[in-house]
Ligand binder design. Structure first.
Ligand SMILES: Cc1ncc(COP(=O)(O)O)c(C=O)c1O
Length: 418
């Protein structure tokens, strides 16, 4: 095992400050503001700053570090693979064993017929590939997506992502995209027609605020797609790799999609994404050959890390752990809601994919938690929501630390408004 992190500085105060200054000067950022945390190390559920301050990470780098930061099995796999080869590629000429191993694993836990995968580096690229695949396979132009959805920032993925202020400045985007209310089957039925290539949906909405649909929503979409001859794309970029207590979040519902996209936790902390589908659907990318390509997708070191992360989830029983610890986290969050009913107005979650909804802006609460050593995040498409997505290895004792700190922060806010 790797040793626990010691709260000792790794840089002098001047060095830390210099990195803050140079970061602000040299890194093009789309989130304004000076960066307080200069990262030194991360392990398990703990992140250490260059000054030696320790934080409890309740974000997992936005649902990436599912097996915890620097899991020894992942670190070893990366080191071994990096020493063998990092990247070799000639379009279409090599069989890369690490790619085979990761794809065999993820397709083994996907639904019937979902036997083949195309590897990318990111979730956005997985969305792009899925949209192109659906268009090419069906020969149809249109897509149906949902309110509060998020699928990425490139032109195609942005076209099916809901928030208008981020879409408008980049128009024209893909034509023929209709947004309908999430969880509204009637609205979906009205939007899907014989020109619809695919419906793209998150099984539980991540950036929308960890919103869990009714049990009949995804099966209903499946039925509507079947009737119209459209494909059902399920975006598991945030929900896959055990986050919800199952390998894929849609497996909580009675549905088998045509296409699954995944990324984030797939690479165990390195960039790796995938599109999983049926062999007959993927066949359209070979006609003509090279219909879709990426140089770095399925990078062998990322695949090796992904294999180790996948095996760790299995070997350490992390699906069950996420289910049980997630239930404990939700129960604790509910008790916080009972204590502060005016501030905490909703609690949602599945496994360790959780959130609570505030009656006030989420950012000051996230900042106050950070000041007290706990990292949580807001979400893109729901302003009062705080996302709680710790590594799946989190212990009940660590959850208690988070809950205790949250109570302190909320009590302070309550006192301030009296
Ligand atoms: C559901 C979903 N799809 C796609 C993406 C885009 O993934 P990436 O940031 O890896 O490009 C995200 C990112 O947050 C996501 O949450």
């Amino acid at each position: 095992m790797l040793s626990p992190l010691a709260p000792t500085p790794t840089m002098t105060e001047q060095e830390v400050e210099s990195y803050r200054d140079r970061f602000a000067a040299k890194l093009s950022q789309t989130v304004p503001g000076r960066k307080e945390i200069v990262v030194a190390e991360a392990r398990g559920c703990t992140l250490k700053t260059a000054e030696g301050r320790l934080y409890l990470d309740m974000t997992s780098g936005i649902a990436v570090a599912n097996v915890g930061h620097c899991h020894p099995a992942v670190v070893e796999a990366i080191q071994q693979q990096a020493a063998r080869y990092c990247h070799v590629n000639v379009y279409g000429r090599f069989a890369v064993p690490e790619q085979v191993e990761i794809v065999e694993r993820i397709t083994s836990v996907a639904g019937p017929g979902l036997d083949v995968a195309y590897l990318t580096s990111t979730g956005t690229e997985a969305t792009e590939a899925a949209l192109k695949l659906a268009r090419k396979y069906t020969g149809r132009p249109k897509f149906v997506a949902f309110t509060r959805s998020f699928h990425g920032r490139t032109f195609g993925s942005l076209s099916v992502s809901w928030r208008e202020e981020w879409r408008k400045p980049f128009e024209p985007l893909l034509p023929g995209v209709t947004f309908v209310d999430y969880n509204d089957l009637e609205a979906a039925a009205a939007a899907i027609d014989d020109q619809t290539a695919a419906v793209i949906v998150e099984p539980i909405q991540g950036e929308g605020g960890i919103r869990i649909p009714d049990a009949d929503f995804l099966p209903g979409l499946r039925g509507l797609c079947d009737e119209a001859g459209a494909l059902l794309i399920v975006d598991e970029v945030q929900g896959g790799m055990g986050r919800s207590g199952k390998w894929f979040a849609h497996q909580h519902f009675d549905v088998n999609p045509d296409i699954i996209t995944m990324a984030k936790a797939l690479g165990g902390g390195l960039p790796l994404g995938a599109v999983i589908s049926r062999a007959d659907i993927f066949a359209t990318f070979v006609d003509p050959p090279l219909s879709h390509l990426t140089t770095m997708g399925g990078n062998p070191v990322a695949c090796a890390a992904g294999i180790a992360a996948f095996d760790t989830i299995l070997n350490e029983g992390l699906l069950e752990h996420a289910t049980n610890t997630g239930a404990y986290l939700l129960e604790r969050l509910e008790s916080v809601r009972s204590q502060f009913p005016d501030l905490v107005i909703d609690v949602r979650g599945k496994g360790l994919w959780c959130a609570f909804e505030l009656s006030v802006d989420a950012q000051p609460v996230a900042n106050a938690l950070q000041d007290r050593g706990v990292l949580v995040g807001s979400v893109l498409n729901s302003s009062g929501t705080i996302r709680v997505t710790p590594p799946l290895v989190i212990s009940p004792a660590e959850i208690d630390v988070f809950i205790g700190t949250l109570r302190t922060v909320l009590a302070g806010m309550e006192a301030a408004t009296l």
